[in-house]
Ligand binder design. Sequence first.
Ligand code: GAF
Length: 382
Amino acid sequence: MAHEALAQAFTQHFGNAPTVKVSAPGRVNLIGEHTDYNEGFVLPCALQFKTLIVAKPREDTIINAFSLQYPEAIEQFDIAEPINPGLYPWGDYLRGVVKELMDAGAPLTGMDIAISSDVPQGSGLSSSAALEVAVGGLFNFSCNLGLTGAQIARTGQLAENNFIDCQCGIMDQLISAEAQFHSALLIDCMDLSTRAVAIPDDLALLVINSNYPRKLADSDYNERRLACEQAAKVMGKSSLRHATLDELNAVKKELSDTVFRRAKHVITENDRVLQAANALAQNELDRLYAIMHEAHLSLKYDFEITVPATDGLVDICMNALAGKGACRQTGGGFGGAVICLCAKHDVQRVINAVNNEYEPRFKLHPDIMLCEPHQGLCVGLF
Ligand code: GAF
């Protein structure tokens, strides 16, 4: 859907035309999983799937919003009143971002808002971060808040942490806010500095959603975060970013085997991200593929966030590629999607293998998406 079609729906609903248009993308992470909340490194890129908003500021303090994906669920709340969770899960991302901005003292006005998104939901491609960043970008632009992309991202992350109760890091929001065309972004989650790393034209990004039902994913996620914090504390570090493998080995006896392996994943993953970014920048794809494979094994055996369905997808893709590509669990895990990198001319081989083998083995239908690295948040007037 384009902004123009969404504008028509807006006009039909509110009786006048929108003045502002916003888009914010979903993302896939090439490498660097569960490192962001440990102040580590990540290498995501934004996708062609986006959340679109069209809106018009109001002169009062009322927010009215509807989403084309949930036509029966009309959101309405007053920013002059305390903002609490509402009736609709999607609306809570809007409420959460608005509340964070209000709590930070931002001079917001009321707003009429129409939303549409083609970011697949529940597949680990960050549809919620795209919505948060789109909402943050909308108010930043319309109310002249002067926020940077990183500040908009932080607002979205705080909304997740404080309003939605998912203790996520900042990767998804930051890539949605700051991504650049044709590139992945190496992000240092300690100081939020970024470096664009161009993705070669002939490298395909295949994202395959396992459609495995993600039960308890948020509580498992929060538990992983606590284990990392515990390991850092035992080493006397403010975060695992500041720890080395030698330092971790030195306290091994004071940690449970599980906590030890969680920390080992994070410490080694940080190193892999930096190596992978260099390999990508130098077009050394075989090296990149090898690092990605190691990263998957670390998630499978040490961080334990993969499931048989995503491990199965990785095996199917790796076998189809016979060393000429890589595939790994991407995102928070416990289901979700895998990312497969290979030459564009090998894509069909992978698609055929997944179509033939995955569903009979796991009784789940895979969604296969050929993705393109896109740019981040865009906001402007009609
Ligand atoms: C989810 C979270 F939202 C991110 O912050 C990140 O931790 C990711 O899981 C794992 O790398 O997408």
